[in-house]
Design a protein around this ligand. Sequence first.
Ligand code: PBG
Length: 295
Amino acid sequence: MYPIFVQPGRDRRDEIASMPGQFRLSSDLLPKLARDIRQLGLGGLMLFGLPEHKDEVGSEAYRSDGIVQEAVQIIKDAVPELLVATDTCLDAYTTHGHCGIVRDGRVDNDATLEYLARVAVSQALAGADIVAPSDMMDGRVFAIRKALDAEGKQDVPIMSYAAKYSSAFYGPFREAADCAPQFGDRRSYQMDPSNRREAIREIELDLEEGADIVMVKPALPYLDIVRDVRAKFDAPVAAYNVSGEYAMLKAAAANGWLDERASVLETMTSIRRAGADIILTYHAPDVAMWLCDAS
Ligand code: PBG
């Protein structure tokens, strides 16, 4: 699956400095992109939005005419058979840059749940095929499932970022989505990189709450976790080859230090070998093209 960034405006295609070859796109450019992605035979798109305005509770994340809701409609109108997943989170939409609602200087887990449920419902009503909560609040899969079902969206699956580590490899993404936390960090809700067994507990809980696909993130530095999850659960496993992993290979390749095609394909193979059924990666269009060439 190919993650993309949608921004306001018309005919805007701005390259993300730390992610060469990746762009923030205005929504009028999406039909062409969607057709290209469909033609390449990729599994689908994952949408991230950059709102016009941020506020304390991230209200553009759940408005019916929000940036992502409009983008979903445009893509589904242009290429109905292309699978569209939406990132269900608040961080790009809040002034403080946290994935949840902030009360008394802290991220309030339980107060966040109803907002995430609203975000997921608004995305599903706009036509998203899958919602993908990336916030890591406890209990959000259940809250989202209940809200989707109540709106008649029981057929929309949840791909939960179930084992998401508090990682340094999200750096370029935070530039791309303008979502770096304005105070503190995300360690109260994302996982400690040194903890292996907690991943199993997090996945177990999300599956119990109704997750259909579980994700491990990042991918390469956490292949042992992908393997553990694959061995222990039957649910589809997704792995997110994140922005920092992309930036490393692109930088090395740009310097002539690595063969880009060979090192990217080897990376994809290793994630697959570890047990991922689905890979989210910014290399997706290149990989699809290389694999077509090879056949
Ligand atoms: C947060 C979110 C992040 C990413 C996806 N969703 C950043 C974070 O948790 O700080 C990172 C993706 C990437 O690095 O490619 N909603």
